[in-house]
Design a protein around this ligand. Structure first.
Ligand SMILES: Cc1cc2nc3c(=O)[nH]c(=O)nc-3n(C[C@H](O)[C@H](O)[C@H](O)COP(=O)(O)OP(=O)(O)OC[C@H]3O[C@@H](n4cnc5c(N)ncnc54)[C@H](O)[C@@H]3O)c2cc1C
Ligand SMILES: NC(=O)c1ccc[n+]([C@@H]2O[C@H](COP(=O)([O-])OP(=O)(O)OC[C@H]3O[C@@H](n4cnc5c(N)ncnc54)[C@H](O)[C@@H]3O)[C@@H](O)[C@H]2O)c1
Length: 465
């Protein structure tokens, strides 16, 4: 069988690419080494973590959030196996959904490890070792990423866990140490804190969530501390001694100085992810890599003709929707269209409570680039719906170019921020101004009115503050 396109890896980048290519009439196949489609995101990432985040948020809300609303209930009881079943069922429904969509679009699926013996050929090795070679005009590598390891620390997924093990813990740990105050550490740390663990986050830098808007992160850290999360910033974990029943974690100040130790029942290592290219045969093929990432041009092409790459395995934020948009763009390019991704407008969401959502530049980015900007801010305490729902933490911040008024960035800390950010992304995609946002009628009473008020605040004309 000869194909127009073979995609290696069926995460959000790969499966979306395959479906779009098939829609455009390309004879397409997809190769996946896992037993189920959907990649990191659906199997061990976005989807299971959001199932646990939602369930644990409900647990906490029932425990602490309802009394003020006049709803009196008894102390909630945690049924962890049922919560884990909800997570597993959610994953199951999603991965089956992807298998259905691939079939519906007549994409041929091959379960096995894909490698590229030469441009135009993909070898698929099944679990039992059986091999077959498929012919194709084009190959898209969408093999994603894997957990970054802490030097000298072995992840056994029992006591010392990665995000994968943290989604599967059989009981709530008494003490959980999280290494890394990035998105994974704060999301999964929140899950287990809500369910009863004492959580300490150890972060190398002097701030949490590097890369996100600093003011937003500082306020967010204070809210997490109020919830009971402890932070040790400017501290690096230098060793973890796994005793089988728990661990001793040695922490050194990042700036140097005396080490200290902390005891933990479970240690979550969440210090980032690395591009995954193992077993593809890229070295023999001569595909250029830089810091582990496959090097691509603006059309996703590697240096080997007919071989392209997208998603976590290439440069840019490691986000599912970025991988999806790249998958669509390369499929359209291969079908002779003009696929394109606007990297200036990729939203990011941290699914904690409250959530953080952002799109575009931070104040730090704009200062570093020397761009003159105006900031408009509006707190949820002044929003009627937020007060009615008892979700008054946080604010919306709109950053607009001081000369043209074009919106350059929007940062939201608040309940439902991940849903609210979409209107900012649409506005920015259309090159909109803060005035466009301020003049758009927003339904009352909604949390989104805070977005409009923050846009009004850019010109110091917010009404409700
Ligand atoms: C705990 C966690 C939570 C996350 N939450 C979010 C979130 O809420 N939102 C968000 O945007 N992002 C989130 N992410 C990141 C997101 O999962 C990734 O950015 C996204 O999955 C990248 O998609 P991808 O298609 O590039 O690769 P992946 O999803 O990693 O898929 C790659 C696939 O390729 C397969 N593969 C690898 N090598 C081969 C081979 N040689 N042959 C065949 N198959 C191969 C792998 O088995 C895998 O299934 C999260 C990640 C984690 C770990
Ligand atoms: N909601 C989402 O969109 C979502 C959720 C989960 C994961 N993800 C993606 O997954 C990727 C990986 O997430 P992550 O949280 O593992 O990585 P990250 O890069 O977001 O954060 C890792 C943190 O660990 C710190 N660190 C590194 N070495 C350390 C050490 N020795 N001691 C203490 N701290 C150390 C870093 O300074 C950094 O703050 C991210 O790129 C993220 O985009 C996204």
């Amino acid at each position: 069988m000869s194909y127009d396109l073979i995609v290696i890896g069926s995460g959000p980048g790969g499966y979306v690419c395959a479906i779009r290519a098939a829609q455009l009439g390309l004879k397409t196949a997809i190769v996946e080494k896992r037993k189920t489609y959907g990649g990191t995101c659906l199997n061990i990432g976005c989807i299971p973590s959001k199932a646990l985040l939602h369930a644990s948020e409900m647990f906490e809300e029932v425990a602490h959030g309802l009394g003020k609303l006049g709803v009196s209930v008894g102390k909630p009881k945690l049924d962890l196996p049922a919560m884990m079943k909800h997570k597993d069922d959610t994953v199951g429904a999603n991965v089956q959904g992807v298998a259905f969509l691939l079939k519906k679009n007549k994409v041929d699926g091959f379960i096995g490890t894909g490698s590229i013996p030469a441009a135009g050929k993909v070898e698929v090795t099944a679990e039992d070792g059986a091999k077959q070679v498929l012919e194709t005009k084009n190959i898209v590598i969408a093999t994603g990423s894997d957990v970054a390891q802490l030097p000298g620390v072995t992840i056994d997924e029992q006591v010392v866990v990665s995000s994968t093990g943290a989604l599967e813990l059989p009981k709530v740990p008494g003490k959980l140490i999280v290494v890394g105050a990035g998105v994974i550490g704060l999301e999964l740390g929140s899950v287990w804190r809500r369910l009863g663990a004492e959580v300490t986050v150890v972060e190398f830098l002097d701030r949490i969530l590097p890369g996100l808007d600093l003011e937003t992160c500082k306020q967010f850290q204070r809210l997490l501390e109020k919830q009971g999360v402890k932070f040790q910033l400017g501290a690096k974990v230098s060793s973890v001694e796994n005793t089988g029943k728990g661990a001793k974690v040695t922490i050194e100040p990042a700036a140097g100085g005396a080490a200290s130790t902390l005891d933990a029942d479970v240690v979550l290592v969440a210090i980032g992810r690395r591009p995954y290219t193992q077993g593809l045969g890229l070295e023999a093929l001569g595909v250029a890599l830089e810091r582990g990432q496959i090097v691509i041009d603006s059309h996703f092409a590697t240096n080997v003709p007919g071989v392209y790459a997208i998603g976590d395995v290439v440069r840019g934020p490691m986000l599912a929707h970025k991988a999806e948009d790249e998958g669509i763009a390369i499929a359209e390019i291969l079908a002779g269209q003009h696929g394109h991704v606007n990297y200036e407008v990729i939203p990011g969401v941290v699914y904690t409570s409250p959530e953080i959502a952002c799109v575009g530049a931070t104040e730090e980015d704009l200062k570093a680039r020397g761009v003159a900007y105006k900031a408009g801010k509006f707190p949820f305490t002044a929003n009627g719906r937020a007060r009615a729902a008892n979700h008054t933490d946080g604010f919306v911040k709109v950053l607009a170019d001081a000369t043209t008024d074009r919106v350059l960035g929007v940062h939201i800390l608040g309940h439902g921020a991940g849903e609210m950010i979409a209107e900012a992304a649409v506005l920015m995609e259309f090159g909109g101004s803060s005035e466009d946002l301020a003049r758009t009628c927003h339904a009352h009473p909604t949390m989104s009115e805070a977005v409009k008020e923050a846009a009004l605040a850019v010109e110091k004309r917010a009404i409700h503050i």
